[in-house]
Write a protein that binds this ligand. Structure first.
Ligand code: NAI
Ligand code: MG
Length: 499
């Protein structure tokens, strides 16, 4: 197995995990692809192959959907009590914690993120969402409904029932956590799942599959089929046996998912791209704002759908904030994720490296200037320097489009109304940040921003109880909180005369 350095002793289970071809999980069995094909997953710190994975395609999706259908329609999952479901999900959370170091190491190897971050963010947030949703399993209730018919008395009530078999397609930026955000509410509501991890980062979802079995979740309830988007992903999105598709990824592919879903009008929820404004007023606590604004963009190398990638600063503080964020950026230690001293790892793939460097070139050709960073870091692996771009405006591609890398554009503003218009001038509406000590202004601006999440004097705060999702082309529906339960249930009205 190839890693740039071996600063950390790898867990035995991690070494075992990447030493042989990983199979897919269908109906409780680990199996090869029907075609026998495999595909490589790479270590982005070196560009070398990390492991071979069974390559799922249409036929494997067919097998997995059949298993999920059987488990849902007539199998054990349809008969299990809510309390037992909750207990199994809680047990899975415990197992995730028990294997936390293995998950953190695999995530660092496969995705590139610092091991230190995977340990404190990806793994504990994964355990949290399973625990939070375990609690909901016994609390999914309907209502009693008053009926106004004349001359008769009715009893009417609603039931909230699982939507059925759910196809879940997840991206590579938080491979384990994105799988957990989707699996946890599906299991809590009593759905069965076919999960397709991203082709760049399939490893942690497969390890999670082993723990799903160990927890005692019955065969066929969760099936995991790794493979490419255009083949396995597209087959899942179009499958007539799937009742709902839940997708996180690019807005471009989100639109393809919607089209593929029209065949059987399956339900669709989408968590898509963003170009989130992060707004700094001159009355903010600038000392706290500078590290906050840096973290808003540089966390996870900017590979966050909600990254604070458009920094708007009131003109009197513009120079100070840009200088402060640039200085912090210059101190970020870029290196392999497994090195204990690394603050920022590589981007996930050669494709993303090319994409982000392409945006930098486009910015320079339109007149943008980098105050720090501004190019690829080194010549091995997929590293990019943390970058702050100035001399930018709303017409530029780097300000309009999602870069999904450690690149922030900084723009000064004078007038508040103009600022709100600029902040909202985006096809996206996922998140926003507001930094100010004026409490009225903070909440007024929060109400004016067209975004699914507004962070005031903080950024990137996630919680299993806090709904997350997008306005406009950032998506349909919400993840987490009790809001997500609506995405995984159907409402049935039952009505009968009683007098
Ligand atoms: P993508 O949207 O192609 O990939 C996300 C998932 O969708 C993967 O599992 C992929 O296999 C699957 N997929 C791809 N094409 C599909 C299709 N036709 N049908 C069904 N599933 C399909 O994203 P990609 O190409 O990896 O990254 C491109 C850009 O997308 C990034 O630069 C970033 O801007 C954005 N992105 C946004 C994410 C978010 O969290 N909102 C996550 C990943 C990427
Ligand atoms: Mg793609």
């Amino acid at each position: 197995m190839a890693t740039a350095t071996q600063a950390v002793r790898l867990e035995d289970n991690v070494t075992r995990y990447v030493s042989k071809t990983r199979q897919m999980l269908i109906n409780g069995k680990w199996v090869d692809a029907a075609s026998g094909k495999t595909f490589p997953t790479y270590n982005p710190a070196t560009g070398e192959v990390l492991a071979q994975i069974a390559e799922g395609d249409r036929e494997d999706i067919n097998r997995a959907v059949a298993a999920a259908r059987a488990a849902f329609d007539s199998g054990p999952w349809s008969k299990i009590t809510p309390s037992e479901r909750g207990r199994l999900i809680w047990k899975l959370a415990d197992l995730v914690e028990k294997h936390g170091e293995e998950f953190a190491q695999l995530e660092s190897l496969d995705n590139g993120k610092p091991l230190t971050i995977a340990r404190v963010a990806d793994v504990p947030l994964t355990a949290d969402i399973f625990r939070y949703m375990a609690g909901w399993a016994t609390k999914i209730e309907g209502n009693t409904i008053p009926i106004s018919a004349h001359g008769a008395k009715f009893l009417a009530y609603t039931l909230r029932e699982p939507v059925g078999v759910v196809g879940q397609i997840v991206p590579w930026n938080f491979p384990l956590l994105m799988a957990a955000w989707k699996l946890a509410p599906a299991l809590a509501t009593g759905c069965c799942v076919v999960l397709k991890p991203a082709e760049q980062t399939p490893l942690t979802a497969l390890l999670l599959g082993e723990l799903i079995q160990e927890a005692g979740i019955p065969d066929g309830v969760v099936n995991i089929v790794p493979g490419y988007g255009e083949t396995a992903g597209a087959a899942l999105a179009a499958h007539p046996g799937v009742d709902k598709i839940a997708f996180t990824g690019s807005t471009e592919v989100g639109k393809l998912i919607v089209q593929a879903a029209t065949g059987n009008l399956k339900k669709v929820s989408l968590e898509l791209g963003g170009k989130s404004p992060n707004v700094v007023f001159q009355d903010a606590d600038i000392e706290a704002t500078i590290p906050g604004a840096a973290m808003a963009i540089f966390f996870n190398h900017g590979q966050c759908c909600c990254a604070g990638s458009r920094l708007y600063v009131e003109d009197k503080q513009f120079d100070k904030v840009v200088e402060g964020v640039s200085q912090l950026a210059s101190k970020i230690r870029v290196g392999p994720g497994l090195e204990p001293t690394t603050d920022m790892g590589p981007l996930v793939s050669q494709e993303q490296l090319n994409r982000v460097c392409g945006y930098l070139e486009s910015g320079y050709s339109e007149g943008a200037k980098a105050t720090v960073g501004g190019k690829r870091h080194g010549d091995r692996g997929y590293f990019v320097e943390p970058t702050v771009l100035v001399n930018t405006n709303e017409k530029m591609k780097v300000v309009r489009e999602e870069i999904f890398g450690p690149v922030v554009t900084a723009i000064p503003f004078k007038d508040v109304d103009d600022l709100v218009a600029k902040a909202n001038n985006s096809e996206y509406g996922l998140a926003a940040g507001v930094w100010t000590n004026d409490i009225k202004k903070a909440h007024r601006i929060a109400s004016q921003l067209r975004a699914g999440t507004v962070w005031i004097n903080c950024y990137n705060v996630f919680d299993a109880a806090l709904p997350f999702g997008g306005y406009k082309q950032s998506g349909w529906g919400r993840e987490m909180g009790h809001e997500v339960l609506e995405m995984y249930t159907e409402v049935k009205s039952v009505c009968t005369p009683i007098a």
